[in-house]
Design a protein around this ligand. Sequence first.
Ligand code: EZ4
Ligand code: CO
Length: 409
Amino acid sequence: MKIVAADIIVSSPDRNFVTLKITTDEGITGLGDATLNGRELSVASYLRDHVAPLLMGRDPHRIEDTWQFLYRSAYWRRGPVTMAAIAAVDVALWDIKAKAAGMPLYQLLGGASRTGIMAYGHASGRDIPELFDSIRRHLDEGFRSIRVQTSVPGINAVYGVAAQPSATGQRYDYEPAQRTPLPAEEDWDTRAYLRHLPSVFEAVRGEFGPELPLLHDGHHRMTPIQAAKLGKALEPYDLFWLEDCTPAENQEALRLVRQHTTTPLAIGEVFNTVWDYQTLIREQLIDYVRSAVTHTGGITAMRKLLDFAAQYQIKSGIHGPTDISPVGMAAALHLDLAIHNFGIQEYMKHTPLANEVFRQSFTFTDGYLHPGDQPGLGVELDEEVAARFPYEPAYLPFNRLKDGTIHDW
Ligand code: EZ4
Ligand code: CO
């Protein structure tokens, strides 16, 4: 088999997605998700201008060789744009291989290690009654694990809180990227946040009881000592995890956090290679790996990263917000089903319009996802519908402290 075409499809059904479609001389096609929130066109160019020409004539079955070729031959290594592009190629080649084998992709990864994939949803509210309503809505939809984000008194707009109905009128689905030519500015005050958050978890535990797994995302906003303080303060509420407590480019910082709290830690949605985790995993400073399959070099690289983590009893918590397209979600689900050290899967439902562009066979039943049993990834791209929704500039917000200083977000 030979690769004869590699097309990059940029479309915006309610949000921007970049999709790679690889076509072979035998007519089998494969899809990869190359979406990088707010930097979509850079990955599209990287693929179209630099990677697609290299793929022509290659044997699509040689996945490892193609991965190593793209990683090593560019000379310049790592980085989110490069690794998102490599991931898209890798996932598309796995899709082709599994279709050629006539099997769902998870079978080629060793087969199912479980019957379903526990998913968590995103509940949020500006105050406690609104938060409780959001949690109840998620429970009604079948979620059995819930991420909890709330507004903080004294801060106008807090990331992760669905304060406004989205463009599609769906309040449920918080979409942090806004269709504005410039990133929106939000405000932040870490001390106000640290004072407020434990009372939110106390209220949620009081209302929903001790069993419901609860998660929280700190979005890189704390210093190590602040994160240690928060982890300790949240211990009575038994979190499933505290995510991205510090900007973890400084892996050593997690030693300090770890010394002070038994709240489980999850890190890594902005990471893109195993090297970003070297100290975190080897010193067992985290409990969950948060990388996206689509930003970390694809299934080939994620499998190696998670096998490394498994040696240290660290589990997966693969990134799954709406900026991971249904193609990227499907890739995550096949891996989740196959690996032994699965932890939990993030899941934000895509809008009906996005689901029209990406026809998917994965299911969500009673809190559990399953990738389905169609050959390959189980996702088809409707290019005609995709073409009706061209790219629109959209950016994540950012934040400043009260005195105007730009802060981590
Ligand atoms: O802010 O996906 O845990 N999930 C998150 C996400 C990220 C966005 C960034 O593109 O933090 O909502
Ligand atoms: Co996060």
